[in-house]
Design a binder for this molecule. Structure first.
Ligand code: SAM
Length: 430
C-alpha cells in the first residue's frame, strides 16, 4: 500500500501527496534509505517506522485555554453535576490532547473553581507519542501561552530556564494514554464520559471518517453528557447526531434527543461565582438558590480569561450565533459589522460559512473570495475556496488556492508541522 493510503487508513488524516512526500523524504534521510520502494516495504512491515512517519504528518498544535469559553462552560457543568449527584467522580476525556494543554487547562479551571481532585478524573489521549511525552513532562515554551492575561501561569507554573513547568498538583490530575480515536477499541466503554473535548481534529478528516469518529465519541459520551468541539466542527456534529447547546463561544453539544444536564435545564446554582456571570445563565433568585456543597468559591481562571478577553464585538457575536446554529443571527451580526467596517475579512469568511451551511455554494464562494481579496493570507478562506473549486471540478483553480494556502502555512510554521490560526488549517491542503 502507498504511504499516503496507509497513513490515511491509520490516522484518518486526509493528506496530500505533497505532505506525505515530504514526510517520507525526511524519514528516508533519517534512516539513510535511498530506495523509495524499499521504504514502502519497510513501512508496510514496521509499526515503528509507521509511527515515526505519522509523527511527521500530525499537527500537535495547541495552547493553554485555547477557546477559553469551553473551559468556563465545562467547569460550570461539572460543578452543577457534582452538586446534583456526588455518587461518583465525573469523567472527562480530552481527545486529541496534543501536548496536554487542553486537559491541563481543564484541570486548572476546575481547581480554581474549588472542585476537589477526587471528584473528577481527566483522561487525555493522542495518537502522537511525541506530543504525549511533552504532555507527561508538563513543560512548555512561551508558545503555549498565547493570551494577554497570563495570571494562571504565575499560579500553576514555575519558570525553568526559558520554559514553564506545570505544578505537580495539576500534572497529577491528568492520565495520558496513547490511542487512536478511529480504533474500534477506543469506544469500548459506552457512556463512560460525562464531558468530552474533541476539538480541532475532525477538520483534518474526510466526511466518512468524521462520521465514524463522531459515532465513536457518541458511544463514549453518557446520554446526559456534553461534548466540546472546535467551532468549525460544530456543523459536522450537528449532521451526525448531536445538537448545539446554548453556551456562547463554547461550542458545546449534546446527543440529539438526549438531555445533557446543562445549566439551562438544571435548577440554577452558582457555586462558581465570578464577579460576573460565568456563562450566560440567569442568576437564581437568592431565596431559591440551594445551599452549596461547600466548594471553595473563587472565580475560575477560565472565567477570568473569558471575561477579560471575550471580544464584545460583532465578530464574536457572529461566531457565537453560528455556534448556536442561528445562521441568520450570525449573518445579521456580520452585516452589522460590515456596515461599520466594510473591510472585515473575517465577517466575509463567516458569511461564507453560513452560506455553505445553507448549501448556497455560489454565495459561499463569493464571500470567501471577498475575504481573501481583503486579506490575501486568510488561510481558512483559501482552504475553503480550494475545496469548493475541487468540488466543482476546477482542478487548476483548486491547485492554485492550495498552493497559496500551503505558502501561508509554511510561513507560519518553520517546520511545516503546526497550525497557524485559532481555527486550525486543514493540513490536507498543503
Ligand atoms: C491540532 S491538535 C488538537 C489539540 C487540542 N484538542 C486543541 O484543540 O488544541 C490535533 C491532534 O490530533 C492528533 N491526532 C491525529 N489523528 C488522530 C487520531 N486518529 N486519533 C487520536 N489523535 C489524533 C494529533 O497527534 C494532534 O496532536
Amino acid at each position: 500500500m502507498k504511504a499516503r493510503d496507509l497513513l490515511q487508513q491509520v490516522t484518518g488524516l486526509n493528506l496530500t501527496e505533497a505532505v506525505v512526500g515530504r514526510a517520507v523524504e525526511r524519514r528516508m534521510q533519517a534512516i539513510a534509505l535511498a530506495d523509495a520502494l524499499a521504504y514502502e516495504r519497510l513501512l508496510a512491515t514496521s509499526a515503528q517506522e509507521l509511527s515515526a512517519l505519522t509523527e511527521l504528518v500530525v499537527v500537535p498544535e495547541s495552547w493553554m485555554f485555547r477557546d477559553a469559553e469551553a473551559f468556563v462552560a465545562a467547569t460550570a457543568f461539572i460543578v452543577r453535576r457534582l452538586d446534583a449527584s456526588a455518587a461518583r467522580a465525573l469523567r472527562i476525556l480530552s481527545v486529541p490532547c496534543a501536548g496536554g494543554e487542553e486537559p491541563y487547562s481543564m484541570a486548572m479551571s476546575l481547581q480554581s473553581a474549588g472542585v476537589a481532585s477526587a471528584d473528577v478524573a481527566i483522561d487525555a489521549v493522542d495518537l502522537s507519542q511525541v506530543a504525549l511525552a511533552r504532555a507527561r513532562a508538563g513543560r512548555y515554551t512561551r508558545n503555549a501561552f498565547r493570551g494577554r492575561h497570563l495570571d494562571f501561569r504565575d499560579r500553576f507554573f514555575t519558570a525553568v530556564d526559558a520554559e514553564y513547568q506545570i505544578c505537580e498538583e495539576i500534572r497529577a490530575q491528568v492520565t495520558f494514554s496513547h490511542a487512536n480515536l478511529l480504533d474500534p477499541a477506543f469506544s469500548s466503554r459506552p457512556g463512560y464520559y460525562d464531558v468530552i473535548f474533541c476539538r480541532n481534529l475532525l477538520i483534518y478528516f474526510d466526511d466518512p471518517t468524521v462520521a465514524a469518529a463522531i459515532a465513536s465519541l457518541a458511544r463514549l459520551l453518557a446520554d446526559d453528557g456534553i461534548l466540546f468541539a472546535g467551532y468549525a466542527e460544530v456543523p459536522a456534529f450537528c449532521r451526525n447526531g448531536f445538537a448545539a447547546l446554548r453556551a456562547p463561544g463554547a461550542f458545546a453539544l449534546e446527543k440529539t434527543g438526549a438531555h445533557a444536564a446543562w445549566p439551562a435545564r438544571l435548577p440554577a446554582r452558582q457555586h462558581v461565582r465570578p464577579a460576573r456571570p460565568l456563562v450566560a445563565t440567569p442568576a437564581p433568585p437568592a431565596a431559591t438558590a440551594p445551599a452549596t456543597r461547600g466548594l471553595r468559591v473563587t472565580a475560575p481562571v477560565a472565567a477570568q480569561l473569558v471575561m477579560r478577553t471575550a471580544p464584545a464585538d460583532l465578530l464574536a457575536r457572529a461566531r457565537r450565533q453560528a455556534d448556536l446554529g442561528d445562521l441568520q443571527g450570525a449573518a445579521a451580526a456580520c452585516r452589522e459589522l460590515l456596515a461599520a467596517d466594510p473591510d472585515s475579512a473575517d465577517a466575509y469568511f463567516i458569511l461564507g460559512m453560513v452560506s455553505e451551511c445553507e448549501q448556497k455554494m455560489d454565495a459561499a464562494g463569493h464571500y470567501w473570495r471577498r475575504c481573501v481579496y481583503l486579506k490575501p493570507d486568510h488561510y481558512d478562506a483559501l482552504c475553503h475556496l480550494a475545496l469548493l473549486a475541487e468540488q466543482s471540478g476546477d482542478q487548476a483553480q483548486a491547485s492554485a488556492f492550495k498552493q497559496r494556502a500551503a505558502r501561508i502555512y509554511q510561513r507560519g510554521n518553520g517546520n511545516g508541522n503546526g497550525d497557524t490560526s485559532d481555527s486550525a488549517p486543514r493540513k490536507a491542503l498543503r
